[in-house]
Design a protein around this ligand. Structure first.
Ligand code: OFO
Length: 165
């Protein structure tokens, strides 16, 4: 049985996963508007991944007989300053998610809730990959600066991303 405190925190995390998806949908819309169709596609895949993260948690909560609550998902912005800015904001968001997941893991560990701890480690590992990928993109964008052809090439590469989980 998951403790009440942890149940509440997991329900909040569920909302955060869907909110993340929504944030990425906004980022996708921004990139599309600016003509960065590859980046728009990349964020759309990111949106799908966050939905999958939410569904994984939703299924776990159901399996553990946690009473599901679905509070409102906060609205998001669709305006950013630049190609670089949108990826920087994406990284900052993922770093915040990593912090949350670490707090949740601490809570599961304190409760000696091995099943929940184990589930959370999947998310923690996923965060390492997500942060590294976004950092890599930021590095490339910084390298090309305002060079139009450079940005075009990065955008083209981002268009090749496929959905993995
Ligand atoms: Fe990218 O965050 Fe989900 O977990």
């Amino acid at each position: 049985m998951i403790s009440k405190e942890l149940q509440k925190a997991l329900i909040e995390q569920l909302n955060k996963e869907y909110h993340s998806a929504y944030i990425y949908l906004g980022m996708s819309a921004y990139c599309s508007k600016e003509g960065f169709n590859g980046a728009s596609h990349w964020f759309l895949i990111q949106y799908q991944e966050e939905i999958a993260h939410g569904m994984k948690l939703f299924k776990y909560l159901e399996d553990q007989d946690v009473e599901i609550q679905l509070p409102a998902i906060e609205g998001v912005k669709v305006e950013y300053n630049s190609f670089l800015d949108v990826f920087k904001k994406s990284l900052a968001h993922e770093q915040m998610m990593t912090k949350n997941l670490n707090i949740l893991s601490d809570l599961a560990m304190k409760d000696k809730d091995h099943a929940t701890y184990n589930l959370l480690q999947w998310y923690v590992t996923e965060q390492v990959e997500e942060e590294a990928t976004v950092k890599g993109i930021i590095d490339h964008v910084k390298l090309v600066g305002d060079n139009g052809y450079g940005l075009y090439t990065i955008d083209k590469e981002l268009a090749t991303r496929v959905f993995t989980d």
